[in-house]
Design a protein around this ligand. Structure first.
Ligand SMILES: [Fe+2]
Ligand SMILES: [Fe+2]
Length: 190
């Protein structure tokens, strides 16, 4: 049986077409954690001048958060916070934030989306930029949360001697957190 829609112009789609497409969506969405893992692995061997590669940095950030007692949602945010480095060369936090948005709290989403400018406190001044750029958010209730993420987990996660948990350790968390969107975060707001 043909499992594909038949329209060649979306303006001519039918209920039958869209029932077929809808049937495909859930199995596809359920494999998001596997696609995320595949994409994380693209960071393997990507040093960009740092002492550790970006996959090592990501696992180390997540491992530090896990060992510090953070919950699974936070640890998944830590693991994915730099996943946008491959395609978002100039705005990598936006990529991670967009992937995580349906699945995490508004607080964790904001933290991931803004971690770049907060992390900049540690290096922007070496690149001719203002290390205190994060100060524009100092009245935001999520300032401390995001500064803490960088101070405790992101900034220290460049230690080549640190023993990170393997990617396989985080895989069940990815399935639990990315397996289904939080009801209140199923958006139509673009
Ligand atoms: Fe980052
Ligand atoms: Fe990072």
């Amino acid at each position: 049986m043909n499992k594909r829609a038949t329209f060649t112009d979306m303006a001519e789609g039918t209920q039958e077409d869209w029932s077929r497409i809808a049937d495909e969506f859930l199995p596809f969405a359920a494999k998001l954690p596997l696609r995320v893992l595949d994409h994380l692995r693209l960071l393997d061997g990507d040093y960009g001048g740092f002492i550790v590669d970006r996959l090592t940095h990501s696992m180390q950030t997540a491992t530090r958060a896990h060992h510090d007692g953070r919950d699974e949602e936070y640890v998944v945010c830590a693991l994915l916070h730099d996943i946008g480095d491959t395609l978002g060369s100039y705005n990598h936090p936006d990529i991670a934030a967009a992937i995580l948005k349906p699945f995490v709290s508004p607080e964790n989403h904001w933290m991931v989306a803004h971690h770049g400018i907060f992390q900049g406190y540690y290096f922007f001044h070496y690149l001719g930029m203002d290390r205190n750029g994060r100060d524009r958010f100092k009245d935001n209730p999520l300032y401390e949360r995001t500064a803490e993420f960088c101070a405790k987990y992101d900034a220290p996660a460049f230690d080549p001697e640190y023993r990170s948990l393997p990617l396989e350790f985080f895989e069940p968390m990815l399935h639990r957190i990315l397996g289904a969107p939080r009801r209140e975060r199923v958006p139509t707001d673009g």
